[in-house]
Design a protein around this ligand. Structure first.
Ligand SMILES: Nc1ncnc2c1ncn2[C@@H]1O[C@H](COP(=O)(O)OP(=O)(O)OP(=O)(O)O)[C@@H](O)[C@H]1O
Ligand SMILES: [Mg+2]
Length: 194
């Protein structure tokens, strides 16, 4: 299956409710932005959703990782290189991307757009206008502000209430505890949950 999604190095925890809700929203819109505080798990959720959606997009799920990019002018270039779209003489890269995507069924994942919102919004809008079967899932601390965009606020992983903690053996029902236990065991073999 066509995709540039990296294989995750750690297991994915919880989020059944959020996955169901995001899938429902993605079926009703062509641009969905996962918003939320830094570190709430937007990127991890988006990649999980991308992997689960592979069967639905015959031409693939393609991720563009904007976190390391500081120059907004390079947003189309980064997208073209993620998709393997070459430059065409006389065309802008956005036009080349539209030509490439217009007859394809693709899910694009724009990851970490928050510092490049106007450029990501402009590209997303041009691609969606030019490519009828394209869908875009983005992660960004703030929504892009494009017409037709829906957003979903990603909550933090679930946590117990410190004022009424359950018995230790029941703590792993909480996602944040499971993440902590898994990462601790990864770094310190032999570490086990309560
Ligand atoms: N459901 C999950 N299962 C396993 N690990 C998770 C899960 N959610 C988040 N994490 C881990 O928590 C960390 C932060 O998550 P992530 O990078 O997705 O947050 P983010 O909201 O995209 O942050 P930022 O706003 O900085 O981009 C990462 O190490 C990620 O792998
Ligand atoms: Mg992120």
């Amino acid at each position: 299956m066509a995709s540039n999604l990296p294989s995750p190095l750690t297991s994915f925890i919880g989020r059944q409710r959020e996955i169901a809700e995001v899938k429902r929203l993605l079926a009703t819109t062509r641009l969905l932005t996962l918003t939320g505080a830094g570190g709430s798990g937007k990127t991890r959720l988006a990649y999980e959703l991308g992997a689960e959606a592979l069967q639905e997009y015959p031409d693939g799920v393609w991720a563009v990782e904007f976190a390391p990019l500081s120059d907004a002018d390079l947003v189309p270039q980064m997208t073209a290189s993620a998709l393997g779209v070459p430059e065409h003489p006389g065309w802008s890269l956005t036009e080349s991307l539209v030509q490439h995507l217009r007859a394809r069924s693709v899910l694009l994942l724009f990851d970490n757009c928050e510092h490049l919102i106007p450029a990501c919004a402009a590209l997303a809008e041009a691609l969606l206008r030019g490519c009828a079967t394209l869908r875009i899932l983005t992660t960004s601390r703030e929504r892009l502000g494009v017409t037709g965009e829906l957003s979903f606020l990603v909550p933090s992983l679930s946590l117990p209430d410190p004022a009424s903690l359950p018995p230790p053996e029941r703590l792993t029902q909480y996602e944040a505890v499971r993440l902590f236990v898994e990462r601790a065991a990864f770094n310190q073999p032999g570490f086990t949950s309560p």
